[in-house]
Design a protein around this ligand. Structure first.
Ligand SMILES: NC(=O)C[C@H](N)C(=O)O
Length: 346
């Protein structure tokens, strides 16, 4: 007769690990937009839907994180100012200092999303994930992209694998470093790209990584929002055939601290513009030579004798990112060698 088997000892179910707490900071944009009909995919009002509604409409978020929301602004991103950047960075810095917060998601209009992301990458001191996300279609549209993008961004912010990778941008299933990414296409939902490729992908709430950022950011940055009260005036002039010096002269008269020249090709500068920039350089204005071409990078002392003129080159940063790095760097130094070191390192 077989001996009866002892009844298995009851196994106490291991308590499920607590989901990470991710704070969604909402700033507006199309991801909070509303159109008149489901056919309105490009005609709509941005910055209409409050953060509570965005989160309630996406119960799937509860499977990847404990999510709380906060409305920081409700604006279209083309209307962001330096003051908005400073206010947002201070709020993000305060939140990442809280031990009960594991990650931050920022919903943002796509038009200047890359600028805000890069600014935060430079000045927020943390290893915790900070992820920016937007959408190209309002939530009222057929095939709206915001909900899946938001779920992806919260998943990235909640993932331990995102720790220490700096500020990220999650759009259309891709994960980019905010340092590299730019809006390259309008209208299409695959609007964002990085000249050196995305870092990874987020699919069904799981992240897949293929590379990591090499440039200095967040906790390895020498800059801190705690030490920045205001940003100095730094503006961009765009170059093209037949370009006059009108814009440069006006910026000089307005007293800007630095001019980012969005040059043609390898940051080339028209012969009649060079002396105008050097006049301003002589008065202490910092000149940063960048390029209007997405991809590639500006070589020092190619096209123009940067050493002789005391100009700085923007490396591979697009003009709008070069503006931000110049402004942040100018809060610490006006020395052009130091500024150039900063452009190589960030
Ligand atoms: N797709 C968008 O979000 C565009 C909008 N104009 C914004 O940047 O706020």
């Amino acid at each position: 007769m077989p001996t009866p088997m002892a009844a298995p000892a009851p196994v106490a179910a291991a308590p499920a690990p607590a989901l990470p707490h991710v704070v969604v900071l909402a700033t507006g944009g199309t991801i909070a937009g509303a159109g008149a009909s489901t056919a309105s995919s490009a005609t709509y009002q941005a910055a209409k839907v409050p953060v509570e509604q965005l989160l309630i409409g996406l119960p799937e978020l509860g499977k990847v994180a404990r999510v709380s929301g906060e409305q920081v602004f409700q604006i279209a991103s083309e209307s962001f100012t330096n003051q908005h950047l400073l206010t947002l960075a201070r709020r993000v810095q305060a939140l990442v200092r809280q031990p009960d917060v594991q990650g931050i998601v920022i919903t943002h209009g796509t038009d200047t999303l890359e600028e805000t992301g890069f600014f935060l990458n430079l000045v927020v001191q943390t290893d915790k994930p900070i992820v920016l996300v937007g959408s190209m279609r309002p939530g009222t549209s057929l095939s709206a992209d915001g909900a899946l993008n938001l779920l992806g961004a919260v998943s990235v912010a909640a993932s331990p694998d995102s720790v220490g990778k700096g500020v990220l941008v999650s759009m259309a299933d891709e994960i980019h470093t905010a340092r590299d990414v730019a809006k390259l296409v309008n209208i299409k939902t695959s609007a964002f790209g990085s000249p050196w490729g995305p870092l990874g992908m987020v699919v069904e709430g799981k992240t897949y990584w293929f590379r990591a950022p090499i440039k200095r950011h967040t906790s390895a940055s020498e800059f801190s929002i705690d030490r920045i009260q205001t940003l100095p005036a730094v503006d961009i002039v765009y170059s093209y055939g037949n370009v006059p010096s009108t814009a440069i002269d006006a910026l000089g008269a307005a007293g800007v601290q630095a001019i980012v020249h969005a040059g043609t090709g390898n940051g080339s500068v028209a012969d009649r513009i060079v002396p105008r920039l050097n006049d301003l350089r002589g008065k202490g204005v910092v000149i940063v030579r960048s390029s209007r071409i997405p991809g590639g990078f500006v070589l020092r002392n190619a096209e123009q004798p940067d050493d002789k003129y005391g100009w700085v080159v923007a490396h591979d940063l697009n003009p709008q990112k070069a503006r931000l790095l110049t402004a942040v760097a100018l809060t610490q130094t006006r020395d052009t060698r130091e500024l150039q070191r900063i452009f190589w390192e960030y």
